[in-house]
Design a protein around this ligand. Structure first.
Ligand code: KIV
Length: 247
């Protein structure tokens, strides 16, 4: 079992699709680790696991708690931890917080949401030796409007510029969330680092999904999520049977 490195991820661009899933717990980390290149401890855990209204409520301590667990049980995959809302508002704040996340979880990289506006912060972290994954397109920390992005010229131009700025700042990969196919294709061709799509077409260099969504465990099913099971229904049946037997 060879550890996936950032170099290996970079080498996959235009060659082998990069496989990624989210994990917040020991069991999912162990399973994802068997099959995936990258495991993301996403701040989606706020909504998916803790029932928060948006990811903005997630605290850095929560990311560290879940990040530590996932990293402990993912021996092969590259583990990336999301930096939560308002933890990277300036270079020094970002460095202090990213350093804390890396030190306490021993994860391989952090992910920051945003484009041109945070490119200088990404560059600062990368220059200080902190590997960064970017995230452009739909940005859940900035907007609660979960609509497809890139439908008009200005959005397309902006998101493309965001991806280029993040790539030039030194991010080793970029998540592209919920953008039109033609834009995802254009971004993948315009940046030298791998693009990881979520609802952003097959033209990305890899794909990511929120594991609870694809397992049918969450209540959130965007159009682009293929449901591979309906675990919520299965658990419901099991609990019902158990309670019936006890009674
Ligand atoms: O928080 C998260 O799980 C994410 C994915 C949707 C990419 O950022």
């Amino acid at each position: 079992m060879q550890k996936i490195t950032i170099k290996k991820i970079l080498n996959k661009k235009n060659k082998n699709p990069i496989t990624c899933l989210t994990a917040y717990s020991k069991t999912i980390a162990q399973i994802a680790d068997k099959y995936c290149d990258i495991i993301l401890v996403g701040d989606s855990l706020g909504m998916v696991l803790h029932g928060m209204k948006t990811t903005r409520e997630v605290k850095i301590e929560t990311m560290i708690l879940h990040g530590k667990t996932v990293k402990n049980f993912a021996k092969k995959s590259l583990v990336v931890v999301d930096m939560p809302y308002r933890t990277y508002t300036s270079k020094s704040i970002a460095y202090k917080n990213a350093n804390k996340v890396i030190k306490l979880t021993r994860c391989d990289a952090v992910k920051l949401e945003g484009g041109k506006k945070i490119a200088k912060i990404i560059k600062y972290l990368v220059d200080k030796g902190i590997p960064v994954m970017g995230h452009v397109g739909l940005l859940p920390q900035s907007s609660i409007n979960f609509k497809l992005k890139g439908k008009n010229f200005f959005q397309r131009k902006n998101i493309l510029q965001d991806a280029i700025a993040v790539s030039n700042a030194g991010a080793f990969a970029i998540v592209i969330e919920c953008v039109v196919e033609s834009l995802a294709k254009k971004i993948a061709k315009s940046v030298s680092v791998p693009t990881i799509g979520i609802g952003a077409s097959k033209y990305c260099d890899g794909q990511i999904l929120v594991t609870d969504d694809m397992l049918g465990l969450s209540d959130f099913f965007p159009k682009f999520v293929k449901k591979y099971s309906n675990l919520k229904k299965i658990i419901d049946k099991c609990v019902k049977s158990y309670v019936k037997e006890v009674k």
